[in-house]
Each structure stands twice: as C-alpha cells, then as structure tokens.
Design a protein around this ligand. Structure first.
Ligand SMILES: [Zn+2]
Length: 250
C-alpha cells in the first residue's frame, strides 16, 4: 500500500468523524441567536447609557413586588416599561424584534407625545372588535382565544402597537411592543422578522406618561403575560431572559 492510500483513508475517517460529530452534536449551540438567549434586548438603549432612564418592572402575579422583591411602579403591570429620555426619543431609539417570528398585528397613526390633551391620549370607556378610539386599539374578532377555541379580540392601550408571534422553539408565544413613535413602524402583518430586526422606534403614544417601550411577553398563548426577569421573587428561565436588574449592557 502506498503512503498516499493511507493518507486518503485517514482523511476519509476524519471527514466521517466530523460528519458524525456534526450530526450528533446538540443543536443548542448552533441555534442560539446572536444575543445568546431566546429573547434579545428589544431596545437600542442599554443599561448605563444616558438614554435609558428607568425600568418599570412587571407584576404579573399582582403581588405588588417585582422579581427582586421591590415594590413595583404599577401594581399588576403585565410588561416591562423601558423608559428613555425625551431627547433620546426625539433623536430616535430603535425597537428590535426580541425573537424571530411573524408579525401578527400592527397599529400606527396615533399621536405619540402623550400625555397631552390630544384626543389620541384619551382612554375610551369600552372595548369592541376593531375599535380604534383615543389611545385604545383593538384587534378584529378571530381565533385569538387563550384556550385556542372560539372567537376573541384584544385591545391595547399603547396607541401604536406591534405584536409578533414566535415559533414554539423559542419558548415564547408572542411579544408585544406599545407606545411606538407614529410612522416609525417598519413591519406589516404577516411579515417574517429576524431576531434583532428594527421594527419601529420608541414613542409615547396611548396611555403613556412619557417616552417608553412597553415590552410584554406572552408565554404560551394569546395574552398570557410572563415576567421574564429572574430573581428572588420570580423563578423565571434565565435562558429566556438573562438580563439583570437595570437591563442588558451593550
Ligand atoms: Zn407598560
């Protein structure tokens, strides 16, 4: 046998070995998105930066306390309020899709500098399918029930709003983005979005006291709010949302 033959055999064995490793390696590492977690930080403004001035944490359990057992700003709040400065909003702060998915609903066109006495900042009394009144926007009636059967609709008080549905592999059913800047929304219903893709900019539309992104996670079905912040008072999955108190750093 020539040396050449054995070199070829060795190469073949090596290639098969590589193939075997690839085929049988756990896909987790390869499938992790660029952020290293299922949900990317949804805002182009990070912990320690001048643009980010406050985070209002969720109180999904309605205990009055956040994940680190501190009192929340708004009892029973279902999302994270990522507040930015007025000047940052005017300059433009991008909102990112937290995970890959398909855009479900888009509402745009509302005045975005609430609070003010502009009619778009007022909250109407009722709710109805397709309602679009003051800062409240409602979906049509459809198969949007939590139980997955029958016809339901949902209303959002965020004026300009995007809701994205995610693949079940992400571990999250949907994410919701409220109070967006008028005319800044770059996506349409049915559109596929990548994780980290710019979908809009932060505004202060609807029921809002100042420029902020209301970011809400629906864990397993429509309007199923989930508190993603892991801490002493909240047993959340750190792989989903690894960000500490104060949010993500750049
Ligand atoms: Zn909020």
């Amino acid at each position: 046998m020539s040396k050449f033959f054995w070199v070829v055999v060795a190469l073949l064995v090596l290639m098969l070995g590589v193939h075997y490793v690839r085929k049988h390696a756990k896909p987790a590492a390869a499938m992790l998105p660029y952020s290293g977690s299922a949900l990317a930080w949804p805002l182009d403004c990070y912990k320690g930066e001048a643009c980010l001035n406050h985070i209002g944490y969720p109180d999904v359990k309605k205990s009055g306390n956040d994940f680190k057992c501190d009192p929340v700003d708004i009892r029973g709040h279902e999302g994270s309020d990522l507040s930015i400065t007025q000047s940052a909003m005017e300059h433009g702060v991008n909102v990112f899709a937290a995970a890959e998915g398909t855009v479900q609903w888009v509402f745009d066109g509302k005045y975005d500098q609430c609070p003010s006495d502009h009619p778009d900042c007022r909250m109407p009394g009722g709710m109805a399918p397709d309602m679009n009144e003051g800062g409240r926007v409602c979906t049509p009636l459809g198969q949007y029930c939590r139980e997955g059967q029958g016809q339901c609709f949902w209303c959002f008080d965020g004026g300009n709003v995007v809701v994205i549905l995610h693949d079940s592999s992400t571990g999250v059913f949907a994410t919701r983005y409220d109070h967006l800047k008028r005319g800044s929304i770059r996506v349409k219903p049915g559109e596929h979005v990548r994780q980290g893709q710019v979908i809009a900019q932060v505004g202060s539309a609807g029921h809002s006291t100042g420029p902020h992104l209301h970011f809400e996670i629906w864990k397993s079905t429509f309007y199923d709010p989930y508190d993603p912040w892991p801490g002493q008072c909240n047993a959340a999955d750190k792989r989903l949302w690894p960000y500490p108190d104060g949010g993500a750093t750049r």
